[in-house]
Design a protein around this ligand. Structure first.
Ligand code: ADP
Ligand code: MG
Length: 298
């Protein structure tokens, strides 16, 4: 399994499939857990649902200060982010909404270390991303960040179980079998573990992707339109799973969505417009309230 995943990953690194935790072939595995520093130990070694070092403290798990991202130069320059300062405490579920082109994806990519800001800083699990070189950044993403994409991004040649375990295979980390079993039951795909993605419905594929995002007990899960390609029943299943991960596993989730109904599963709503945060508040209690807030910003 490990060898097979590694083969697949060298294919991935050539850019065929987007998998943020993977860089070029031949990258060594990360250091053993004991050498990864206190923040990794504190969070990474916690039992499912157990309190972690950051829990209860005021220390945000992800934060950004005066984040700016400019694309292009001169006349054609676009300020996708024009000064965003935001913090995400542990164990909370935040939704980011905003009109198309408002900077949602740019913000998520910067927070997750998939892109670098023009200026400003991002701190994730105690590490300032802007200070890390590409290799360290890749390792941090791999070990501390879970990703869920609109298009599922499962590896077609791996079955559901192998896809779930892929982040650990890539990192050379041991599988916590009890946690794996718990996740499999939580996402409800036990009878599909030996199936490949093509043999699964969209909803089942996304539930596999949710388990994959959670298997490494990341500091934060970033979800980019996780329900965007699903029918309403499967969409609710996935959103409820994220809600459950926050409530019962103290997982931190940051979700970008166009969908006011999806946003209503979160306990915080951020609205972006023209690269700035124009609303940051509790809720939304329901889709209507999220839509009203969206309308208010134009
Ligand atoms: P959203 O996700 O809210 O739709 P984005 O973050 O994708 O918005 O984009 C914000 C702005 O930055 C848009 O004007 C977009 O065209 C621009 N932009 C995003 N990525 C790039 C890029 N790689 N090159 C040039 N412009 C970009
Ligand atoms: Mg986008």
């Amino acid at each position: 399994m490990v060898g097979r995943a590694a083969d697949v990953c060298s294919g991935l690194s050539s850019g065929r499939v987007h998998w943020p935790g993977v860089t070029g072939a031949g990258e060594e595995n990360g250091p053993p857990a004991a050498e990864r520093g206190p923040s990794t130990d504190a969070l990474g070694a916690a039992a499912p649902g157990a309190a972690t070092a950051a829990e209860g403290s005021d220390q945000p798990i992800v934060s950004a200060r005066d984040l700016r991202r400019r694309f292009g130069e001169g006349e054609a320059a676009v300020d996708a982010l024009a000064g965003v300062t935001v913090a995400f405490p542990q164990g909370r579920f935040a939704a980011i909404m905003g009109p198309s082109g408002s900077g949602k994806s740019t913000l998520m990519h910067l927070l997750a270390g998939l892109d670098r800001p023009t200026s400003g800083t991002v701190t994730l699990a105690g590490q300032e991303l802007t200070k890390l070189d590409d290799r360290a950044l890749t390792q941090l993403r791999r070990d501390r960040v879970g990703f869920i994409f609109q298009t599922f991004n499962l590896l077609p040649v791996l079955n559901a179980e192998e896809n779930i375990l892929l982040p650990l295979s890539i990192a050379g980390r041991d599988v916590d079998r009890a946690w794996f079993e718990q996740l499999v039951d939580t996402v409800g795909i036990r009878d599909r573990l030996s199936h490949r993605p093509a043999e699964l419905s969209g909803g089942q594929q996304q539930r596999v992707a949710v388990a994959r995002a959670l298997i490494s007990r990341p500091a934060v899960v970033f979800a980019d339109e996780p329900s965007g390609n699903l029918d309403s029943k499967s969409s609710d299943d996935v959103l409820l799973l994220l809600r459950h991960a926050v409530d019962d596993f103290s997982q931190t989730v940051v979700m970008v969505t166009h969908d006011a109904h999806a946003a209503s599963f979160a306990d915080r709503l951020l609205l972006l417009a023209d690269g700035r945060i124009v609303h940051d508040g509790e809720g939304p209690r329901n889709a209507e309230q999220a839509l009203d807030l969206m309308k208010a910003i134009g």
